[in-house]
Design a protein around this ligand. Sequence first.
Ligand code: NDP
Length: 491
Amino acid sequence: MTEVERRKSATPAPTSWDYAPAPESREVVTLRERYDHYVGGEWLAPSETYTTISPSSEESLAEIGQASPEEVGLAVAAARDAFANGWSALPGAERAKYLFRIARILQERAREFAVLESLNGGKPIKESRDVDLPLAAAHFFYYAGWADKLEYAFPNRRPKPVGVAGQIIPWNFPLLMLAWKIAPALACGNTVVLKPAETTPLSALLFCDVVRQAELPPGVVNIVTGDGRTGAALVTHDDVDKIAFTGSTEVGKAIQRELAGSGKRLTLELGGKAANVIFDDAALDQAVEGIVNGIYFNQGHVCCAGSRLLVQESIYEQLIGKLKRRLSTLRVGDPLDKNTDVGAINSKLQLEKIEELVAAGKEEGAEIYQPPCTLPEKGYWFAPTVFTNVAQSYRIAQEEIFGPVLSVLTFRTPDEAVEKANNTMYGLSAGVWTEKGSRILWMAERLRAGVVWANTYNRFDPASPFGGYRESGFGREGGRHGLEPYLKFDE
Ligand code: NDP
């Protein structure tokens, strides 16, 4: 037998990976000093403005309009005019052409949008580049395909557009939420007035340029910026036929109260506190990636984030060990660096909310783990966090943190997993990790959540409907289901 020769390597095996900075250039984005509202295909100077910043550096980026009720009124009037004078009567195949154009322009200008999204919102460029932008374009492509097939989607029901849609979106996926709202509304022949979130208006304002480039008739898409007061003015405007809202459960409830009895249509996509359930037969390394993607993707600013991890007791130690090791490899920092995994928290207010809930978790007795990481001095940051030893009654197991904070609980039997997973006021999403197909189906039947992912997490497709149960809201976005809220039927 030959002797195996073991040579001593001159360079020792690396114990850690250091990444050289890989910043994406900001040059592709041209910021204006001030942005007006986009009404009737023109820029409407606002009576009041505020400053939008970059949450990763606190740098001022631009002055943004704070729309008054009168300015909202002008936008609604422009949308009504466009609805009545052409858009709603346009053949579906013609509407589709505009949507296809918008989709293609979004693809062409994807880099510009991705940089702007990361700059204004704090999310890592690899996420805005690889998730937000491709999905936003895909939504326009998908709904373009439905525009001339509504009669087939709803046979014998004579679908007709609803009218003017008021759309209010949050700050976690600014352009993607815009696409989720505008694409189906336009495909069905409606016109829209959209209000982006106060902290992330820039990609919606750049989208106005796409609308202009696509030569969409004036007034079909109107964008008004501002804070909650602007949203409230849109909700209460008499000439709006439908409100589509994505945001917090609290504001969603207020909107529902406001609209009760008004005859206006409403869809609400609200918060979540999803259970990500790991059975002992799951592929653990794969599950760890799914857990990380479930809660640290977009700094946990995700309504369907897998924020409650339910682990089968027999694999608890092993899984938590692997998870902690994986956490120590996450790179937190500059959102425009292509190596960054976890970017900045979207706003000071959101950071304070996360800090408050994390303090409550420690106080109530949960055990906190954060990997060693150096956070930038300027901007709003929070290290990826895992809480173990969490009881179901703790606030961190009940309330939506909307940050990179995971609460871990355990279970012994599938029944107990279902019981614990459903022990929440929300019902937006859930994850199941197991090798057994029958167990996936058994769980999916029992989990009270709008979406159940199996052996994956945070997967989106425009063809797949998304929405909640209970306090996560009602109505579906995506797929054929996503057309329905924007149509009325002769029945
Ligand atoms: P909000 O519900 O306040 O914001 C969502 C949108 O509604 C924003 O455009 C907001 O404007 C607008 N808005 C605020 N008040 C009103 C009102 N009275 N009438 C009409 N529109 C209004 O969410 P926040 O940004 O305050 O976030 C708070 C919490 O909500 C988060 O911590 C998270 O838990 C949850 N959330 C859930 C989201 C989801 O996707 N399900 C998304 C975002 C937040 P403005 O930007 O000025 O506040």
